[in-house]
Ligand binder design. Sequence first.
Ligand SMILES: Cc1ncc(COP(=O)(O)O)c(C=O)c1O
Length: 382
Amino acid sequence: MSDYKYSTLAVHAGQEPDPVTGAVNVPIYLSSTVELTGIGTDKGWDYSRAGNPTRDRLEASLAALEGGTSGHAFASGMAAIYALVATLHAGDHLICSHNVYGGTARLFNLIVRHYGIEIEYVDTGSLDAVGAAIKATTKLLHIETPTNPLMALTDIAAVSRIAHAKGVEVSVDNTFMSPALQSPLALGADIVMHSTTKFLNGHSDGLGGALIGTKPEHKERFWLVQKAAGGILSPFECYLVLRGIKTLPLRMKQHDENGRAVAEFLATQTKLKRLAYPGLKSHPQHELAKKQQRGFGSMLSFDLGTREKAGRFLSALKLFLNAESLGGVESLASHSATTTHAALSDEDRAKVGITEGLVRLSVGIEDKDDLVADLEQALKAV
Ligand SMILES: Cc1ncc(COP(=O)(O)O)c(C=O)c1O
């Protein structure tokens, strides 16, 4: 299967017909338990927390799409990030990109830190800063690229080289790009993380998360967390993600085309500042985006100056829905300071540049002219 090209893998990897009935779609196995064949013997499954035939299929699909050796599906993106750090020990040092999804920072600051794990936020866009931050106790470098919502990039290949030279593993939150537009493992990272809630599912109808590993040790470790802690994805939601994955390559083409069109339109507008879209030449890391991504995607953000102006803009939108989340077929707009990054203190938001006027767009797959017209009319209200 791994010899096939990406669009073929999206339709077929892990999605082979059911061997029992020939059903073309992966069956949803709801059974929580399975009849054993004897004492200590079974047909490959015993209890659904440890393994489920529908989940196995999704995990195989995700591993194939990311080019990893094992996939692990969790109840949400946050459950996947939790699983990523669950086996760290007190005294271990974790380095994280300094402007990440607010939920990741909330998990690290309010929960993981209390386990005695030292967490350091670093501008992973700076290779010098990454090199300087690594110390003897550093176990993991977790990066998000592009970051939510400021679209800052980290050079995955370069930071992986730096980390590996010091025996540190690299995990990449690939949610914003999806496996269609960026392959962190091929660039040298060790682990990929996804919120499948976003582009992988693609229809805003189910939370989910995933880790994709590259080593036998990852398979054992992440499976242990699935079985021991139990934050696994339900069979029904595994099915929804499998269904979404079949059209991921097609959807991402449209997302990417629409994202570029919207960014180009916004670049001509004088009412906004700090337009962040890696596909624009004005983005400071445009060259890196061209090098490590296969497109620029459909996420972007800009600053309207004040919270009031951002509020007027969001209320005036007709097609874009004022809603959190991203990566669905429908276009969404959100106020980062009070939604995705509400968990950060005012000071921490200010430090990374999440201002009161910041608006983030997740550009959907509607007609791009309609989307641009909607933005144009809403900007008149600002
Ligand atoms: C980049 C990124 N990572 C992780 C998450 C968390 O995923 P979930 O909402 O599925 O728990 C999100 C959610 O918005 C996200 O944007």
